[in-house]
Design a protein around this ligand. Structure first.
Ligand code: DGT
Ligand code: CA
Ligand code: CA
Ligand code: ZN
Length: 598
């Protein structure tokens, strides 16, 4: 790699850092009122970067021309090179001299947008979310042109949501940011086992910080020093002999604990959490005269006061391996995805861990888009990608006509599409292409395509994309009415949430699931890591009610099909076994289910 791209020593720039900075630039330019074409160009470049499998920094280091990437023009390529070389983009700093960077947070609030952010700044000098809250509470926003009482209330709610999410990263972002860190930890001299713990190991949808544990015999200072010298660190927030913490450029914090071999399994267990799971385990240990902590499992000596014992006092029963920790407490090993104190401790004491669905069980994908609506690939490309994943079937679910801006299918275009499906199917007999549409649920619960078209589809997927601010009663009635249509098979992304960006709409999920059970409609667990909708608790409830869950990627390109694993992780967090998931069924069984209403 050419030196010039590490001009300040060893600055590591992840693709995600680049795409976030470009997004910030696009957002600020939008506030400033720059040309929409230019802004669109930057956002398209961000999409390219987000789906890139290679590091931009490495590409530049190898002398590659970034303008050869789709949607990356000369100016974006220049910005990327500048950012990677110097850690900044001067254009961004120019714009932010006029409009502060913190305004970007404002315009991401539901109900604000670039024009309102600009007005708030120019008229009321609002720079930050905190400023905005002060102005709202003082009643000074309500009087501004284009605002009003209702919109002010909406923004206050959006601020509360924003606070809830602040500082949490989505799991797929964290995975990208942490790969280099793990490699770096493995390279520390003398280090043995290295494991991810915390919420990332439990596969939570969002991650506060990353917890890594590394096995090392002796004083850990050198390991910690090596850790915090990582080239992607923005700053070091702590470094001692057993623990180091650093914050990456993206703002993600990473903690490392250095653990001696005899305690590695106990530390892995402890730092994997959740805290609630650990508390329940500790209570169970105490009942048996045992003590569990990050050092091991110990027998409390007769007559000893547990409060006065040192960390490793008493007979050591386990510690080097996590399985041993659970075994010493008379428990079956608990898969990390279940460790939320939702009944898993009791189950593991009885020794009956549930069978959980895994990626290998998935035999098809029941939601994806092609160039017939807003997808990026042809039907044949999507089909071949599904074959490459070993699937037996898939459903092609382009949007319906209400989604006119993305070319949603009219009845006429749906029929044209079926001709192309038939052609592709004839060429690719190794997979079954199910004719489908992701049909919009209209305002009153009616469906966006006529009955005769719906009747000719193999699978009917329905979902809400409009009027998401209806009240709970109206929305619940709307969704259940749609599910009552005799052609409907699957309710897709049932709550409409976008993680960290849009709250679920008002829907009585319990009532919806009861209706699904009664009507024999399946519910989707959308595997896109921005959605993961339904969430873990809801899919667990679906299981209890006997509602089949479909894990679908909603892919808009062949790459999107790989998101399936995020959906599977979420399903596992909801305790789903293969039998609870519709798309683990064989082709023959799937056909039977689709024909269930005769
Ligand atoms: P996060 O980072 O907010 O996504 O969630 P976690 O679960 O990774 O939480 P974190 O990073 O604060 O701590 C990592 C693990 O360490 C946590 O899951 C359980 C363990 N832990 C932390 N504090 C305590 C505590 O006070 N008591 C117990 N029993 N365990 C704790
Ligand atoms: Ca954590
Ligand atoms: Ca932590
Ligand atoms: Zn959709």
């Amino acid at each position: 790699m050419a030196r010039s791209f590490f001009s300040d020593g060893h600055r590591l720039m992840e693709n995600l850092d680049v795409s976030r900075t470009l997004t910030e630039l696009a957002d600020l330019l939008e506030i400033q009122g720059a040309s929409p074409f230019r802004i669109r160009a930057y956002r398209n470049a961000v999409n390219t970067i987000n789906s890139l499998s290679r590091s931009l920094q490495a590409m530049l280091g190898a002398g590659e021309d970034l303008t050869e990437l789709p949607a990356v023009g000369d100016s974006v390529a220049k910005y990327i090179a500048e950012l990677i070389e110097t850690g900044r983009i001067s254009r961004l700093e120019e714009v932010s001299a006029e409009y502060p960077r913190s305004l970007v947070q404002l315009m991401r609030l539901d109900g604000v947008g670039p024009k309102k952010a600009k007005k708030l700044f120019l008229d009321l000098k609002v720079r930050t979310v905190d400023d905005l809250e002060v102005e709202l509470r003082a009643g000074r926003v309500q009087g501004l042109d284009g605002f009003g009482v209702r919109s002010a209330d909406k923004i206050l709610r959006a601020i509360a949501d924003h606070r809830k999410h602040a500082g949490r990263f989505q799991i797929h972002e964290v995975e990208k940011l942490i790969a280099g860190v793990l490699e770096h930890v493995h390279a520390a001299p003398g280090v043995g086992r290295v494991k991810i713990a915390g919420s990332l190991r439990r596969r939570k949808e969002t991650i506060g910080d990353v917890d890594i544990i590394a096995e090392f015999d002796g004083d850990g200072t050198a390991v910690v020093d090596h850790f915090v010298a990582y080239s992607g660190a923005e700053r070091i927030s702590g470094a001692g002999s057993t623990k180091g913490s650093m914050v990456l450029h993206s703002g993600l914090q990473v903690d490392l604990r250095v653990i001696p071999p005899r305690s590695f399994g106990a530390a892995l267990q402890y730092f994997s959490g959740s805290k609630e799971h650990n508390v329940a385990m500790r209570t169970h240990a105490v009942r048996q005269g045992l003590r569990v902590n990050e050092w091991g499992v110990f027998r409390v000596p007769d007559g000893a006061d547990p409060a006065s014992l040192g960390k490793e006092d008493g007979e050591r029963l386990a510690g080097d391996a996590e399985e041993g920790v659970y075994a010493a407490l008379g428990m079956a090993w608990v898969p990390p995805v279940l460790r939320e104190n939702r009944g898993e401790v009791e189950v593991a004491i009885r020794g009956e861990p549930p069978e959980l669905v895994s990626l290998e069980d998935i035999r098809g994908d029941l939601q994806m888009h092609s160039t017939w609506s807003d997808g990026k690939a042809s039907i044949e490309e999507m089909a071949r990608a599904c074959i490459a994943r070993g699937y037996e079937y898939f459903a092609l679910t382009d949007h319906s006509q209400a989604m006119a801006m993305v070319g949603g299918l009219t009845p006429e275009r749906a029929r044209e599409q079926w001709l192309e499906i038939a052609e592709v199917q004839a060429r690719l007999p190794e997979i079954l292409i199910l004719r489908s549409v992701e049909v919009d649920i209209l305002k009153d619960g009616s469906l966006d395509l006529p009955d005769d078209v719906l009747a000719e589809l193999d699978v009917v997927v329905v979902s809400v994309h409009s009027l998401m601010d209806q009240d709970r009663r109206t929305m619940t009635d709307r969704v259940i009415r749609a599910m009552r249509h005799p052609s409907v098979d699957i309710l897709a992304h049932p709550t409409g949430r976008l993680i960290n960006r849009r709250e679920p709409f008002e829907l009585d999920v319990e009532a919806m699931l009861e209706a699904a059970a009664e009507l024999s409609v399946a519910v989707e667990l959308n595997a896109n890591p921005n959605r993961l909708d339904l969430n873990d608790l809801h899919v667990h409830r679906a299981k209890e009610l006997g509602v089949p869950v479909v894990i679908s990627t909603d892919a808009h390109s062949p790459r999107g099909l790989a998101d399936m694993r995020f959906g599977v992780d979420q399903a596992r967090r909801g305790w789903l076994s293969p039998a609870d998931v519709l798309n683990t069924r064989s082709l023959a069984e799937m056909k039977m289910w689709l024909g269930r209403r005769g």
